[in-house]
Design a binder for this molecule. Structure first.
Ligand code: XMP
Length: 537
C-alpha cells in the first residue's frame, strides 16, 4: 500500500524529529530530509502523487549565517500546502518576496500570542480568550530574527507584543508560517495545530497505524528476502529484539539469530533472551558463550577506550565466525544480514549541511559488517522512531518489560566496572544491579502512580574496585563499594540525576549490603551530564 506522505525539510533545528513524531502521531507517514536537497530531488519525491504537504523546520542558525540554508524553490511550485516553522517561516518569506530582519529583541521561551485573522490553521484553536474575545495561544518561541514584511498575498495570522508578525498565511496557495514551535509540548495546542495542517489543510490520509504496519512490513520482508536466509545479531536490546520478532513473523525459520554472550550481561539476561525467543517465539537462536574469551582479552586492561575497543572487535570476530558457519562456502547459506537500525540513526547519518556543526556519537556494534561479510542488508525498522519500535514490539507480542527497558550499552558491564574487568567483579555487580532495578520497579511514586523505573531514563549500578572498612555483626569488614546511578533525560545528550526517594535508596542500600557478600558500602551518584557522562567510563 502506498502511504500518502508529508515531507519535512530539516534546517538543523534540535527539535526537527519532534515535528515528525507529531505528524506520525496524527497517523500520517512523513519523512525528514536535509534542506539542501535539489529541486529535481523534490520533484522526484513528489512524482508519484503521494506527497500531500511540506513542513520547513526551524534551525539552530540565523538566516544570515549560512546562505545555503534556503528552501528549494520547487517546494512552492508543487501545488501542495507548505508550513514554515520559525526558521522555516523566514525561508518562506525570503523565497516569496517578504523581508526578514536580524533580531532586535530576542525571544526565548514562553510567549502568549494573539491569533488573528481567522485562518484555517488556527480556527477554533486557542488556550483562552481575552475579555475582548480574542483567541490566545500559549506557545514556545526561540528566535532572534523576524519577518518584518510579509510576501505579497500573505495576511497576518498571529502576533505578540515584541513580534508583530508571529504568523502569516496565504490561504489561496495553502502556505502557512508560524514563528513559534508547535512541535514542542510547551506549545499547548501544538499537536492540534500540526494535526490541523496535515489532516485538514493537506488532506493527508491517516493510515499510518502500527497494527496495519505489521502486515505491510511482513509482506515487504517476504518480497525482499524471497526464499533466502537471514542472520541477525541479537543483543537483547529493544531494537534488535523487535527486528528479530518482526522478521521471524515474516519468514520463520529462514531467520537465524546469533546471540553473543560476552560475559558482561546483566543477571539472567542471556537466559531471558533465550526463553523469550526460543521458548516463546520458537525462533532459531545460536547462543555463543564467549565470556571466557572476552574476559581473557580484557585481563590486565584498565583504560576505558581500550576496553571498549577490545569488546567491540571481539564481538565482530565472534559474530563473523558464527556467520561464516551459516553462510557456508558454495552451499546455500545466509545472504542477508538484518540490523535493528531505526529512523533517528538514518536521519543522523544523512549528513545534511544544516547538521554540520553537530557531532553524533555512533554506538553501533556491527557497523560495516554487511560489506565485510558480503551480505545484503535488511533493516526493517528504518522508518520507525523509538516509540514506534516499542509499540511494534508490543503488537508483536514481546513483553512490555522487555520493550520498555532502559538502554544498555554495547560493552555492557565492561564500562560499569571501573578499571580492569574481572569475573569476580562482574558477578558482584550483576547481583547488586539486579536488586537496584527490582526496587526501582517496586517503588511507586505516589503522585503519578508510576514506578521509579518508568520515571527514570536509565538506572544502573557501577562497581568501584576500591575497598572500604565496615562493621557487620561483631566483625570488621573490608569490602568493595558500588555506586548507584539514575538519570532523567529525553535525549541522553544532557541528563539530570534523578531525585530518588530516600526510602528507596535506603531499601536498596540495605538489601545490597545484606545480600551481596563482598560489598559493604553503597553510594549515590549526584552528578549531572554535562559535565559528568551517564556511564562512568
Ligand atoms: P554517556 O556515558 O556518553 O552515555 O553519557 C550516553 C548513552 O549512551 C550509552 N553508551 C553506550 N552505548 N556503546 C553503546 O552501545 C557504548 O560504548 C556506549 N557508551 C555509552 C549510555 O548507556 C547512555 O545511554
Amino acid at each position: 500500500m502506498q502511504h500518502q506522505k508529508i515531507l519535512i525539510l530539516d534546517f538543523g533545528s534540535q527539535v526537527t524529529q519532534l515535528i515528525a513524531r507529531r505528524v506520525r502521531e496524527a497517523h500520517v507517514y512523513c519523512e525528514v530530509h536535509p534542506c539542501d536537497v535539489t529541486n529535481d530531488w523534490v520533484r522526484a519525491f513528489a512524482a508519484d502523487g503521494s506527497l500531500k504537504g511540506v513542513i520547513l523546520s526551524g534551525s539552530h542558525a540565523s538566516l544570515w549565517e549560512d546562505e545555503s540554508l534556503r528552501a528549494p524553490q520547487a517546494v512552492f511550485d508543487l501545488g501542495v500546502p507548505v508550513l514554515g516553522i520559525c526558521f522555516g517561516m523566514y525561508a518562506i518569506a525570503e523565497a516569496l518576496g517578504g523581508k526578514v530582519e536580524g533580531g532586535h529583541k530576542r525571544e526565548f521561551g514562553y510567549a502568549e500570542i494573539r491569533a488573528r485573522g481567522h485562518t484555517k490553521l488556527l480556527e477554533g484553536i486557542q488556550d483562552y480568550a481575552t475579555a475582548e474575545g480574542q483567541g490566545m495561544l500559549q506557545v514556545w518561541m526561540s528566535h532572534g530574527d523576524s519577518v518584518t514584511e510579509m510576501p505579497p498575498g500573505f495576511k497576518l495570522m498571529a502576533s505578540t507584543e515584541s513580534c508583530p508578525i508571529a504568523g502569516m498565511a496565504d490561504e489561496e496557495r495553502g502556505f502557512y508560517a508560524v514563528q513559534f514551535h508547535p512541535e514542542v509540548t510547551h506549545t499547548r495546542q501544538g499537536k492540534a495545530i500540526l494535526e490541523r495542517f496535515v489532516l485538514s489543510i493537506c488532506n493527508a490520509r491517516a493510515d499510518w497505524i502500527m497494527g496495519d504496519y505489521i502486515t505491510e512490513a511482513v509482506q515487504k520482508i517476504r518480497a525482499q528476502v524471497g526464499d533466502e536466509e537471514v542472520i541477525l545479531g541479537l543483543s537483547g536490546g529493544v531494537d534488535s529484539s523487535v527486528a528479530a520478532a518482526l522478521i521471524h513473523r515474516a519468514i520463520g525459520d529462514q531467520l537465524t539469530c546469533v546471540f553473543v554472550d560476552h560475559g558482561l550481561l546483566r543477571l539472567n539476561e542471556g537466559d531471558m533472551v533465550m526463553d523469550m525467543f526460543v521458548g516463546k517465539l520458537h525462533a532459531k537462536v545460536i547462543r555463543v558463550d564467549a565470556s571466557e574469551l572476552f574476559l581473557g582479552k580484557l585481563a590486565g586492561v584498565s583504560d576505558p577506550e581500550a576496553k571498549r575497543k577490545i569488546i567491540g572487535s571481539e564481538f565482530v570476530t565472534v559474530f563473523k565466525q558464527e556467520a561464516a558457519k551459516l553462510t557456508g562456502a558454495g552451499a546455500k547459506g545466509a545472504q542477508w544480514l538484518a540490523q535493528g537500525t531505526i529512523y533517528p540513526d538514518v536521519i543522523e547519518s544523512g549528513g545534511a549541511k544544516s547538521k554540520k556543526a553537530v557531532t553524533i556519537k555512533s554506538h553501533h556494534n556491527v557497523g560495516g559488517l554487511p560489506e565485510q561479510l558480503g551480505l545484503k542488508l535488511l533493516e526493517p525498522l528504518r522508518d520507525l522512531f523509538k516509540d514506534e519500535v516499542r509499540e511494534l514490539g508490543v503488537a508483536l507480542g514481546l513483553p512490555h518489560e522487555m520493550v520498555y527497558r532502559h538502554p544498555f550499552p554495547g560493552p555492557g558491564l565492561g564500562v560499569r566496572i571501573l578499571g580492569e574487568v574481572k569475573k569476580e567483579y562482574a558477578d558482584l555487580l550483576r547481583r547488586a544491579d539486579a536488586i537496584f532495578i527490582e526496587e526501582l520497579r517496586n517503588f511507586k511514586d505516589e503522585a503519578t502512580g508510576k514506578s521509579w523505573y518508568d520515571l527514570t531514563s536509565q538506572a544502573f549500578t557501577v562497581f568501584l574496585p576500591v575497598k572500604s572498612v565496615g562493621v557487620m555483626g561483631d566483625g570488621r569488614t573490608y569490602d568493595y563499594v558500588v555506586a548507584l546511578r539514575a538519570v532523567q533525560t529525553s535525549d541522553f545528550m544532557t541528563a539530570d540525576w534523578a531525585e530518588l526517594p530516600y526510602a528507596l535508596l535506603k531499601k536498596v542500600s540495605s538489601r545490597i549490603i545484606n545480600e551481596v557478600r563482598g560489598i559493604n558500602r553503597v553510594t549515590y551518584d549526584v552528578s549531572s551530564k554535562p559535565p559528568a557522562t551517564i556511564e562512568w567510563e
